[in-house]
Ligand binder design. Sequence first.
Ligand SMILES: Cc1ncc(COP(=O)(O)O)c(C=O)c1O
Length: 392
Amino acid sequence: MRGDFLLKEDVVFLNHGSFGACPREVFEIYQTWQRELEAEPVTFLGRRFAPVMKQARQDLAAYLGADADDLVYYPNATQGLNVVIQSLAENLPLVAGDEILSTSHEYGALDKAWTFVSEPRGVIYNRVELAPPFTTAEEFADRFLAHVGPRTRIVYLSHITSPTALRFPVELIVKRARALGLITVIDGAHAPGQVAINLTEIDADFYSGNCHKWLCAPKGSGFLHARRDMQKLLRPVIIGHGWRTTPPGESVYVHEHQWRGTFDPAPYLTVPAAIEFQAHHDWARIRADAHVMATYAMNRLIDAFGEPPMSPATTDWWIQMVAAPIGRCDAGAVSTRLYEDHNIVIPIIDWGGRTFARISVQAYTTRTELDLLVDALVDLVPKFPHPSAKSG
Ligand SMILES: Cc1ncc(COP(=O)(O)O)c(C=O)c1O
C-alpha cells in the first residue's frame, strides 16, 4: 500500500509511531476542508462549524464506543492530558503528600506535566520501576497496584507505551483502581487504530488519545474523553466563548472545551474519513499481518543479539509497534547512521539499562525493509558501543 501514502519513496519508514502518516486519499479530504474554510471563513467558522464538528464528534464517538457529549477534540494527547493534569491538581485538589501512581514506561512530556503540578504542591509523582519480563495482565496489575499507598489519589498509565511499545492491561487496572477509590487517567496516544477501543468498557475517568498516529488522520487530531460524573473536575485551560454559554447547550463539557479561539478544525473534520479509510481496507487484517511481520523482525533481532524480549509476542502485549531488544549501544549514534547511511527512519531507545529498536509496522511496510533494518543493525551496533562501555 506504499502508493496509498505520501511517504517519500526512497525512505525506509519504520517510525509510524512518532507522528503517524496520512494516506493520500485522507489527506485530500483534509485539504478539501481547508479550502472550504478559506473560501468562506465567516460562514464556515460561524455557521457550519457547530454541525460539522458535531458530526465529526459523533463519528469518532461511535468508533471509540463513547457518547459524543463526553468527547472533545484536542490537537493531541499532550494537550488533552494537560487539561486533566492541571485540572485535577487545582480542583481535586492535589495537596502535599498526595501521590500519583505511574510507571517507568510513560511518555517524557507527560512525566514533565505531572512533575510541573506536583513539585510546587509537595505531591509525589511516583514512577514505579516496572522491569520486564511481563507475563500476564494479572501479574502486571498485581505488581503495579502493590504500590498503592494510603495517600495515592490517581493512577496514571499508557494504554500503549512510548519507549517500550507495550500494551498495558488498562481495562483491568481501571477496574481494580476504581475498587480502591482511585481516579484513573489513561494516555491513549498510540491506541486508536492499533487496538479496537471501547471507552465505555474501559471506563477510565479520563482517557486522551491521538487520531494522527495509528488511525492515520491528519496531524493535530486528538481527543479527550471524560466520564460524565468527572467532567465537573475539568476546567478548560483556555477560557473562551464556550465558557458560561447561555443557554448551556447539549453538553457543557463540549462547549467549554471545543472553541479555544480561532483555529483550523480541518484535522478533526477529516477523522471520519480516516476511520472510513481503515474500515474500507479491512484494517483488522492489516493489523494482524503487521503483527506477524513485526514478530518476524523481532525474532531475527533476538537471534542476532541474543537479548530476551520484554513480553510474550502476542497482541495482548504489543500489536504493530514493538521495542525489539538489540545489543547495548550508543542509541543516538546508531539511529543517526541508520538514517544517514541507510535511509532508515526508526527510534533507537535507551531504556532500563538496555537498548531497543522501536519498530513500527504499518500497511505500507515490507519484509524487505525489515531485513534491511536487521542487516544494518547487525553491522552498526558493534561499531557504536554504549558510552558507559567506552568510559569503563
Ligand atoms: C505514550 C505517548 N503519549 C503521548 C504522546 C504525545 O503525543 P502528541 O505529541 O501527539 O501529543 C506520545 C507521542 O509519541 C506518546 O508516545
